[in-house]
Design a protein around this ligand. Structure first.
Ligand code: ADP
Ligand SMILES: Nc1ncnc2c1ncn2[C@H]1C[C@H](O)[C@@H](COP(=O)(O)O)O1
Length: 222
């Protein structure tokens, strides 16, 4: 019996993993998909044509990058829908607007007109009754020091050259954002509560919590 069946997680569930850069979303996405026998939906970092340029010049490329991410995530949303669910998704679509676009607008690295154009596109595409929200958003949280260590350890050049203040600000914004997030049920997990890199079996308690959370949310919906 696999862990999905053992804990009664519906085969068509869609679980999205949220959290700041470097917190461990991709690692968790892989671990959960393997354990539950679900498909994965990843952000494509290496083939993103704007990401390097964006890190080199936020003001010049922030609008282009947001539109690119929005299109990519929307295509992924369609793919998930066409398969009928059964997916773990690395980063939610809500973070693009709630964290990144907002932060760049408020810091002055995205113009007001670009931000308004982007927001209206996002709302027209996502905030409609036809857009399927995930069954669960897992929010990974950890201390800024641990997260910065992970960003350094991963070693993406564009992120190494980015000032620490950028990651500090993002970390704070994530905390504020998740405290008022209500588009779908949320399970908060601290990165010190599991160790899937060195101990594969530590995924099982996480799965048990996911199952309980999905069950509770379904009861509340009735
Ligand atoms: N549970 C963990 N324990 C220790 N290191 C981890 C853990 N999860 C992820 N990492 C490491 O942290 C870095 C960032 O992880 P990643 O999953 O790529 O984060 P994200 O997708 O949130 O940006 C990687 O080097 C990864 O190996
Ligand atoms: N919407 C976004 N705006 C700006 N930058 C973004 C956005 N979504 C992801 N990113 C960046 C952040 C990281 O450098 C890479 C990949 O994110 P990760 O959290 O490591 O999966 O893309």
């Amino acid at each position: 019996m696999n862990l999905r069946t053992k804990y009664g997680i519906p085969a068509n569930s869609v679980i999205t993993i949220a959290g700041t850069v470097g917190v461990g979303k991709s690692t968790m996405t892989n671990a959960l998909a393997n354990a539950l026998d679900f498909r994965t939906s990843f952000e494509k970092v290496d083939t993103n044509p704007y990401l390097d340029k964006f890190y080199a010049n936020f003001t010049r490329w922030s609008f282009h990058l947001q539109v690119y991410f929005l299109a990519e995530r929307f295509k992924e949303q369609k793919r998930i829908f066409e398969y009928g669910g059964g997916f773990i998704q690395d980063r939610s679509i809500y973070e693009d607007t709630g964290i990144f676009a907002k932060m760049h607008f408020e810091k002055g690295t995205m113009s007001k007109v670009d931000y308004e154009t982007y927001t209206s596109l996002f709302e027209a595409m996502v905030m409609t009754p036809y857009f399927p929200h995930p069954d669960l958003l897992i929010y990974l949280e950890g201390s800024i020091d641990d997260i910065i260590c992970r960003i350094k350890e991963r070693g993406r050049p564009m992120e190494q050259q980015t000032p620490i203040d950028y990651w500090n600000e993002m970390h704070q914004r994530y905390e504020d954002w998740i405290n008022s997030f209500s588009a779908c049920p949320v399970l908060r997990i601290n990165i010190n509560e599991y160790d899937i890199r060195d101990d594969e079996s530590s995924i099982e308690p996480v799965i048990e919590r996911i199952a309980n959370h999905i069950k509770q949310s379904q009861l509340l919906k009735r």
